[in-house]
Ligand binder design. Structure first.
Ligand code: A3P
Length: 290
């Protein structure tokens, strides 16, 4: 791995944006942060539906009332445990705390193990993750990237992007699913049946919602509603950090966008790598059927 540039911090082999991470914040997340039994974690590899899950968890906990989701930024409502703001946001917060993380399981707070905390792991077709990350890297001034999409696919395939390898992340977390309070969701099933997915989340959280509250969650977490919500569409972030004229943060919001980006050869090479890496996982994902 190359030495970290001015925008990056290198922690235990992982290269992360220095804008919101530091060696101290990552060490605190792993070793200092005390997981509580009622904590609810949303864990994702970047660009897999993190912001969507932040919105859903907020709305579920507000019984479908959008007031909180429309008045407090998503990163404060469901903060990332690994970011420099984590202790300030989370230490004095009453339970249940809603917490985001992109950390691979090996760098996650060690006090998760042995706790009753809940983990929702959302996974998305890696080809769509790759496309989404490519556009995100273009618009985010703190990320370096090659303009050529083929080169970007190679970096992504080799895990030389923020938060490392998609394969290691997914396989690591899925390997823990029988040992934790764990719900596996896919971006694709959320897209296909948001209401059904919200019901699954509610069941997992032990928080059933009335039909009206469920309506409120589904309406306010739609792609269109979220695009208009300044508290989750990242328009609060200055343009010199995220330039949404280059690419909006909430960009397309659909499965399958990879088909307009990968060449046949790039797609086949990625499929071979995918087969090799995922053959022992034993789960069929929606994109495996395509
Ligand atoms: P695209 O770039 O493919 O549009 P993350 O929040 O993990 O960074 O992921 C961002 C991706 O999730 C973006 O994908 C974004 O558009 C998509 N997304 C966010 N909210 C969504 C919603 N309500 N419905 C569908 N997709 C959503």
């Amino acid at each position: 791995m190359a030495a970290p540039g001015p925008h990056s911090v290198l922690y235990k082999g992982l290269m992360l944006p220095a804008l919101v991470h530091s060696t101290e914040s990552l060490r605190y997340a792993q070793l200092g942060f005390q997981v509580r039994d009622r904590d609810i974690f949303s864990v994702t590899y970047p660009k897999s539906g993190t912001t969507w899950m932040q919105e859903l968890l907020t709305l579920i906990h507000s019984d479908g009332d959008p007031q909180l989701a429309q008045s407090v930024p998503s990163w404060e409502r469901v903060p990332w445990v690994e970011q420099t703001t984590a202790a300030g946001f989370l230490e004095n917060r009453p339970c249940p705390r809603l917490i985001s993380s992109h950390l691979p399981c090996g760098l996650f707070p060690t006090s998760l193990h042995g706790s009753n905390a809940k983990v929702i792991y959302t996974v998305r077709n890696p080809k769509d993750v790759c496309v989404s990350l490519y556009y995100y890297s273009k618009m985010a001034s703190f990320l370096e990237f090659p303009e050529d999409f083929g080169e970007f696919v190679e970096l992504f395939s080799a895990g030389k992007v923020l938060f490392g390898s998609w394969f290691q992340h997914v396989k690591g977390w899925l390997g823990l699913r029988d040992r934790l309070n764990f719900l596996l969701l896919t971006y694709e099933e959320m897209h296909q049946d948001l209401r059904g997915s919200v019901e699954r989340i509610c069941q997992f959280l032990g928080k059933p919602l009335e039909a009206r509250a469920l309506d409120g969650v589904v309406e306010n977490a739609s792609f269109q509603a979220m695009k208009q919500n300044r508290m989750c569409n990242y328009s609060l972030v200055p343009e010199n950090i995220m330039d949404q004229r280059i690419s909006p943060f909430l960009r397309k919001g659909v499965p399958g966008d990879w088909k307009g980006h990968f060449t046949v050869a790039q797609s086949q090479a990625f499929d071979r790598l995918y087969q090799e890496q995922m053959q022992d996982v034993g789960i069929r994902f929606p994109w495996d059927e395509a």
